[in-house]
Design a protein around this ligand. Structure first.
Ligand SMILES: Cc1cc2nc3c(=O)[nH]c(=O)nc-3n(C[C@H](O)[C@H](O)[C@H](O)COP(=O)(O)OP(=O)(O)OC[C@H]3O[C@@H](n4cnc5c(N)ncnc54)[C@H](O)[C@@H]3O)c2cc1C
Length: 558
């Protein structure tokens, strides 16, 4: 058995050329970069190839949710990313208008990022951090790990695999120069247009394209001063119903209009504002809003993560965050297998655990999109200065109020719309590497989050002192929590872990509130922060539990 903490990986590759890297990451978008960061954090060697030069000019995502921020905390960048480059005092009110200089149709006061409290159930609250800031920080952190190599201007053209590894042809898009790289595993983070996914015969399932949309980013110093609606997040409703939204990108002079249907940037901006004003268009992006999930997340030694595995409506901002969940689920499993203490079932569990989360998140995002954008068409009268126009607006205001009522949940909690349960409450059911304890599955509620230590769930957050969360104990190997003032001995667990070469650290924590929260005296937490097993006494056969959790059932013995 190898040293479980060593950074060296098993490199046996009989009959083939030596491996260039244990893990080849294809795609250096936010998900590929996050995988490089988490593998680097685990001390695992990896090589990332990205076809472009890595410059990000167009921020697709702007918000990072609570769970992703908890992982940014692990990587030491939560504070750095929090609302960087964004005016924290800018109010986030949801404001519904016919245009910014037209009629007001509804308003939900929402605290600014400065006013948001960190909810009791999380170590980190949501942050406004556009991709133009997130990706460069992730790149810098990835490059800071000696085990991580990033190569830009390198496109993966094809992949073949055999029993021992993956062979990829990498080309420089400018010079056309080709080379062959051999890896034990390949992580496909190619995004929505993944060609590897197609080449490996992975199909997408789901409704498909929901709309063809346009995002236009522009700068205007005067926008906030030429209308009377105040600062906020704006939604425009016209004769055809809700047709666009406008988001503040820095809380000062950078803005983004997102029109649900494809549109010309200039006319979308002018229509949204309702009058002439000074602005400069910076970028225009036309994209497809889709609900699609791959029918497999793993083909042999190739794994699919992020938008290569699932595409969802950005409503609610779940895309990146679901991708980061893929990353933190897969990276420790790859690390465990490469170090020799994890088994094949661990890698197989990636698809079993993550695909249901992808499906659940994708369908909730579509539901949210339909709730927010509905199909109510008020007709041209909504813009008229007449009794008939006012009657239409009164009706529309009632509808907007009802919609606000439905989605107004969780702002105090740092959540967005109806999604605290979606961000934190997903759990891995029927996983071969989770030991069930016989308790029934909790209600699958995307809206609300109820902390639980039931196996498969995210181990709940708890402040151990002013700055230290119990989550800070997770990540490097398994964490065995001994809770309360009279916990049982865990010596047999520790002996079994040492014998099997499984990295395990025991933490004895007396806090009675923590015991009440976790509701069991012993809780075994995986490196990704999900519970693998729990009980009030050590199991009869500690090795059997560890073997399941490390994907080698039936191996070892007590
Ligand atoms: C308008 C909009 C708003 C959004 N808002 C949010 C939000 O607020 N919050 C949120 O969480 N999500 C949001 N999302 C979703 C989020 O942007 C995506 O989920 C996320 O960018 C996916 O990251 P990725 O790394 O998987 O893919 P991508 O960002 O697409 O990156 C893939 C990378 O792979 C590279 N690549 C592709 N093929 C190859 C190859 N063969 N060889 C080498 N390199 C290759 C590409 O050049 C690219 O850099 C939004 C999306 C859109 C469209």
């Amino acid at each position: 058995m190898s040293d479980p903490h060593s950074s060296k990986c098993h490199n046996a590759n009989p009959g083939h050329q030596p491996y260039d890297t244990p893990v080849l990451i294809v795609g250096g978008g936010p998900v590929g970069l996050a995988l490089a960061v988490d593998l680097g954090w685990h001390g695992i060697e990896c090589l990332l190839v990205e076809q472009s030069d890595g410059a990000v000019t167009n921020a697709k995502f702007v918000d990072i949710n609570m769970r992703t921020m908890e992982f940014c905390r692990r990587w030491g960048i939560a504070e750095e990313l929090r609302d960087k480059g964004f005016d924290k005092d800018y109010p986030q009110d949801l404001i519904f208008v016919t245009s910014l200089t037209g009629y007001l149709l509804g308003r939900l006061p929402v605290p600014s990022f400065a006013e948001l409290r960190t909810p009791a159930t999380v170590a980190e609250r949501i942050a406004r951090c556009p991709q133009t800031i997130f990706d460069p920080v992730m790149r810098r952190v990835a490059e800071s790990f000696p085990t991580v190599t990033l190569r830009y201007g390198a496109r993966c053209e094809s992949v073949t695999q055999d029993g021992d590894g993956v062979t990829a042809v990498i080309a420089n898009p400018e010079t056309g120069r080709r080379e062959t790289l051999r890896a034990r595993y390949l992580a496909c983070c190619e995004g929505a247009g993944s060609t590897l996914r197609e080449a490996l015969g992975v199909q997408f399932e789901g409704p498909g394209t929901l709309s063809l949309s346009t995002n236009v980013t522009f700068r205007s110093e005067e926008l906030l001063h030429i209308h009377d609606k105040g600062p906020g997040f704006y939604t425009a409703i016209g004769p055809e119903g809700r047709w666009a939204s406008m988001l503040a990108l820095d809380g000062k002079s950078l803005w983004r209009v997102h029109s649900i249907e494809k549109s010309d940037g200039d006319s979308a901006i002018r229509r949204f504002v309702g009058r002439d004003f000074n602005y400069e268009i910076l970028t225009t992006l036309t994209w497809q809003r889709r609900e699609l999930v791959a029918d497999r997340y793993q083909v042999g030694r190739v794994f699919f993560l992020g938008d290569a595995a699932h595409q969802l409506s950005p409503s609610g901002g779940f895309g990146l965050n679901t991708g980061i969940g893929d990353v933190t689920n897969l990276s420790w499993k790859l690390a465990a297998v490469l170090r020799g203490w994890g088994g094949d079932a661990l890698l197989r569990s990636y698809d079993i655990e993550r695909r249901p989360v992808g499906k659940r998140t994708a369908s909730t995002a579509t539901h949210l999109f339909r709730t927010l954008y509905g199909d109510e068409k008020p007709g041209p009268a909504i813009l008229e200065d007449s009794p008939e126009g006012e009657a239409v607006r009164v009706k529309m205001r009632a509808r907007v109020d009802a919609m606000i009522e439905r989605v107004n949940c969780g702002y105090d909690y740092g959540a967005r719309y109806e999604d605290a349960g979606l961000q934190l409450g997903y759990f891995y059911e029927n996983s071969p590497v989770i030991v069930p304890d016989g308790t029934p599955a909790p209600l699958d509620d995307p809206r609300n989050y109820f902390p639980t230590s039931r196996p498969g769930s995210r181990a709940p957050h708890f402040w151990l002192d002013e700055n230290r969360s119990v989550l800070d104990l997770f990540g490097r190997g398994f964490a065995l929590l001994r809770l309360g003032r009279s916990p049982p001995s865990t010596a047999r667990f520790e002996e079994a872990a040492a014998r099997l070469g499984v990295p395990l650290t025991t933490h004895s924590l007396e806090h009675e509130h923590l015991l009440a929260l976790y509701n069991r005296k012993l809780v075994l937490v995986r490196p990704d922060g999900h519970v693998a097993w729990r009980g009030d006494e050590p199991p009869e056969d500690c090795a059997a539990v560890l073997n399941i959790a490390r994907g080698m059932p039936g191996n070892g013995g007590n």
